[in-house]
Design a protein around this ligand. Structure first.
Ligand SMILES: [Mg+2]
Length: 381
């Protein structure tokens, strides 16, 4: 039986064999699982979408899940001899998977894309009219930006009128034993900011261990794992330890707990992650939190993320730019707009082994896009 990667779908909906050699990024040494992808044609624009599996250096545990690998969706967009690449990680807590992303791209790309990869606003509008599958939209949006940058010979950050350098990134310490957390904090000595995942019984002991081992700035992320009572109880100790902010302490739908926490006379800033999706999320969040975590995989790509950041600024919200676990290809898209954020959390590529892409810089704690055209990354081998 032929794999889907060996076929091409036309806008008329029939399949025929693909007629070109595999592109360099398809030869990645990153472990691949399942179908290698499918290729859709929209006029003269060809789009190939496929699954890749990233192996993590260590088990990654947060309040609601633990994982050793991360599946991502990759998109290649080819037009006029130029290939743009994009990658995104499906938001599992919204029910998205790589398979659902590939299904969406197979079904919708031809109608959504049109003939002109420069027409980002129109393409984005057509994609937004189709519900869900934000990671699929994000990977396509990233490939479009990469294509445009390569086509005109400029890095995306420059096309957007931005500086390449943003604030330093935090580095994530997943949930572990107290001793394991201390060890992870010791090994993260090159990072000026640590984001400690919490939501377990040893939260305070783990944070005290991090403080003993590291002079880094500390942020905590509950991933919806706390109750209002646990947050109230821990707040004085968090302040004492010098923690900067608390991300998503409560379930996204538990807005009342966020409101109640605001009533504390002394508290830390609270940012919303899981409860923040796209532009429509921003104004409601201003009513119950102090900031939000913008992620391209949730927003559906760079353009919506930029709109969210500007809306958040107008509402005086603190803006964190975050990520999922992604390779340098996925992180590179977010890195293009890091200079717009107050806080940066772009460490997903640092958690994987055998990286399939290279090109991002890392200096003085900052993840910096290269000056090469497009997203500025290349296959690592
Ligand atoms: Mg988070």
């Amino acid at each position: 039986m032929r794999r889907p990667s060996e076929f091409r779908a036309s806008t008329a909906g029939f399949w025929r064999p693909a007629d070109r050699a595999r592109l360099p990024s398809e030869r990645s040494a990153t472990p691949e699982t399942g179908p290698a992808g499918s290729l859709c044609q929209s006029g003269r624009v060809h789009v190939r979408a496929r699954k890749a599996t990233l192996a993590l250096a260590e088990p990654f545990t947060i309040a609601r899940t633990s994982r050793r690998v991360q599946e991502v969706v990759r998109v290649e967009l080819e037009h006029e001899g130029v290939v743009g690449l994009g990658e995104a990680t499906p938001v599992y807590y919204w029910g998205e998977t790589v398979e659902s992303a590939l299904g969406f791209l197979s079904a919708e790309v031809a109608a959504a894309l049109g003939d002109d990869p420069f027409a980002l606003e129109a393409i984005g509008r057509r994609l937004a009219a189709r519900p869900g599958e934000q990671a699929a939209k994000c990977a396509l949006d990233a490939a479009l930006h990469d294509w445009i940058g390569k086509r005109v010979g400029q890095p995306v950050w420059r096309l957007l009128g931005l500086a390449p350098t943003g604030p330093p990134t935090s580095y994530t310490i997943g949930i572990d034993t107290v001793e394991g957390t201390a060890d992870r904090a010791r090994r993260a000595c090159g990072f000026p900011i640590l984001k400690v995942k919490v939501g377990g019984p040893d939260d305070l002991a783990r944070l005290e261990a991090v403080r003993r081992e590291s002079a880094a700035r500390i942020r905590v992320d509950g991933n919806e794992g706390w109750t209002l009572e646990s947050a109230r109880e821990l707040m004085p100790a968090l302040i004492e330890l010098g923690v900067e902010l608390v991300e998503q302490p409560f379930p996204a739908e538990d807005v009342e707990s966020f409101r109640a926490l605001r009533e504390l006379s002394t508290r830390l800033p609270v940012l919303v992650d899981e409860g923040c999706r796209d532009l429509a999320s921003v104004a409601p969040i201003a009513a119950y939190a102090d900031g939000l975590n913008v992620k391209l995989a949730k927003a559906g790509g760079l353009r919506e993320a930029i709109r969210m950041i500007h809306a958040a600024r107008a509402l005086r919200l603190r803006v964190m730019l975050g990520c999922m676990i992604e390779s340098e290809l996925g992180i590179a898209a977010a890195a293009q707009i890091a200079s717009l954020a107050d806080d940066v959390d772009l460490d997903g590529h640092l958690l994987i082994v055998d990286p399939p892409f290279a090109g991002l810089g890392f200096k003085a704690g900052r993840v910096t896009p290269s000056s090469h055209p497009g997203l500025g990354v290349r296959p690592a081998r």
